[in-house]
Design a binder for this molecule. Structure first.
Ligand SMILES: [Zn+2]
Length: 493
């Protein structure tokens, strides 16, 4: 699988340099250690032993259904598949927003957007927020974050608890790199910069346990390499090629850990903040609505012990559950106030060690988006979705009589609106949304920051249209030069 990397000379030199670097620096380490085989009971008892490292890989804008690890017919993700085969794959995962900042604030804190208050353009996590990195730091871990998405930059409160939190140095432009059309919104560098920074961080830890957060962006940016298969020329095909390229980066991170003898010391977690639409509901991109194509994301947890075969948790879970679960698996203190729950009971159930706990299956799961999040002068236009068992309701507060209702068990892409035909379900879900909306921000008040010109320039490079008044329009796609992108009106999906 890894040998696929070496079919491009440019890629070969880049990778070889990285691995030589890793190998030289690891001469005093054990080498070639694999995660040893074990069963779920071994995995669950790890917390009683030494502190284990955690590598948390966030692949921005990654739909679960485009991964071969999730049954997609293109081989887009051989390295994620390898992690899933020796770990735990969660088959149905809901993100908490389709906009990066709101989604990531929920993912890290285990709180829904309604409770974090991180809903609109200037909102940030306050000092009072307890972040997982702070818990790791308190427990004596070295903590590092490497990111290329300006919505998780330091000024929005995401750096809390990280010893090192940075955008990676941009390496020289590489001849094997491609992008969907020459883009007018190009983020400098590629995800290989994140991978190289990851290697440098691990080399610098000299034996201390570490938490490393890597936030990849090339799928969001439709960037790929000659080394990846070109599935076609359509934007949706290029998206798949970008996934393959990013998956190769995940493979490099795993290889770097293996060369340094750290695979049996490290938990590897792969997640995403939201998906991407390709006209399933009339538009492409994300951060405009809460349909399944922008909500369903992957989650893979590969422990330092290799399960054979890997486990699949079929029950529906949410990104707010990620850190309650990881902290539980590591035996670290829980996040205060978290609304997400530890998924350890579902892992045990998947292994046949217990029954599926009803409270984890019956609970409602929410997502939230303020559709005018980027318009400083517009009134909020909040929408909430609730998933309970197989039904999902979408509720837009500005149009309270226009709820949408879908049965995911027979309509996974949410094409048939059942509103009106299932009055009992609809009433139950409407009540869940009513209760949800009553919740306030968990901290004394939500926190806002000024977006300076440097930030604004970085966010523009992601494709977010930020005029002088910082009115962001949408998570826009790269477009060919000279092709004006007509921003859609918010109702126009
Ligand atoms: Zn994102």
């Amino acid at each position: 699988m890894f040998s696929r990397l070496f079919n491009s000379p440019w890629f070969f030199f880049g990778v070889a340099a990285l691995l030589i670097c890793v190998a030289v620096a690891s001469q005093f380490q054990r080498a070639d250690v694999e995660a040893p085989p074990g069963d779920v009971e071994d995995v669950l008892s790890l917390k009683e032993h030494k502190p284990y490292n955690v590598v948390f890989i966030l692949i921005d804008t990654l739909r679960a259904d485009r991964l071969s690890a999730y049954g997609y017919d293109r081989e887009t993700s051989p390295n994620l598949e390898a992690l899933a085969q020796r770990g735990v794959r969660f088959a149905q995962v809901e993100s908490q927003s389709s906009w990066t900042k709101a989604s990531m604030a929920s993912l890290w804190t285990g709180l829904y957007p309604q409770r974090t208050g991180v809903i609109r353009f200037p909102h940030a996590l306050p000092e009072d927020a307890v972040m997982p990195a702070e818990i790791f730091q308190e427990a004596g871990y070295r903590t590092g974050g490497v990111w290329r998405n300006g919505w998780v930059a330091n000024n929005f409160g995401f750096s809390q608890g990280f010893d090192l939190y940075l955008r990676p140095t941009q390496s020289k432009s590489r001849a094997d790199m491609r992008r969907f059309a020459p883009s007018s919104f190009s983020l400098s560098g590629t995800d290989l910069d994140v991978t190289i920074s990851a290697s440098e961080f691990v080399m610098g830890t000299s034996g201390e346990p570490f938490l490393l957060y890597l936030h990849y962006m090339d799928v969001h940016q439709y960037v790929y390499s000659d080394v990846s298969p070109v599935y076609g020329t359509d934007i949706s095909d290029i998206y798949d090629s970008s996934i393959h390229w990013t998956d190769q980066n995940v493979g490099l991170v795993v290889e770097m850990l293996r060369v340094r003898g750290l695979l049996d010391d490290t938990w590897i977690i792969v997640a995403s903040d939201h998906g991407e639409a390709f006209f399933e509901h009339g538009g492409e991109g994300h951060a405009r609505n809460l349909y399944s194509e922008v909500q369903q994301v992957p989650l893979i947890i590969a422990p330092p012990v290799s399960l054979s075969p890997g486990l699949v948790v079929e029950e529906r879970v949410a990104n707010v559950d990620i850190w309650p679960t990881v902290l539980d698996l590591l035996g670290l203190p829980p996040l205060p106030d978290a609304q997400g729950q530890s998924l350890v009971p579902l892992i045990e159930a998947a292994a046949g060690l217990r029954e599926v706990p009803e409270e984890l299956v019956e609970r409602p799961l929410f997502a939230q988006l303020d559709r005018t999040w980027g318009r400083a002068t517009s009134d909020p236009d909040p929408m909430v979705s609730v998933m309970k068992k197989d039904f999902k309701m979408l509720h837009r507060f500005s149009e309270p009589d226009r709820n949408e209702l879908y049965d995911r068990s027979v309509d996974p892409s949410e094409q048939t609106n059942l509103a009106g035909s299932e009055p009992k379900v609809q009433a139950e879900l409407a009540d869940e949304i009513k209760q949800f909306a009553k919740q306030g921000v968990v901290w004394d008040e939500s926190f806002e920051v000024e977006i300076d010109e440097l930030n604004a320039a970085q966010l523009r490079a992601l494709g977010y249209v930020l005029p002088a008044a910082h009115q962001a329009v949408e998570g826009a796609k790269p477009v060919a030069p000279g092709v004006a992108r007509k921003p859609k009106a918010w109702g126009e999906n």
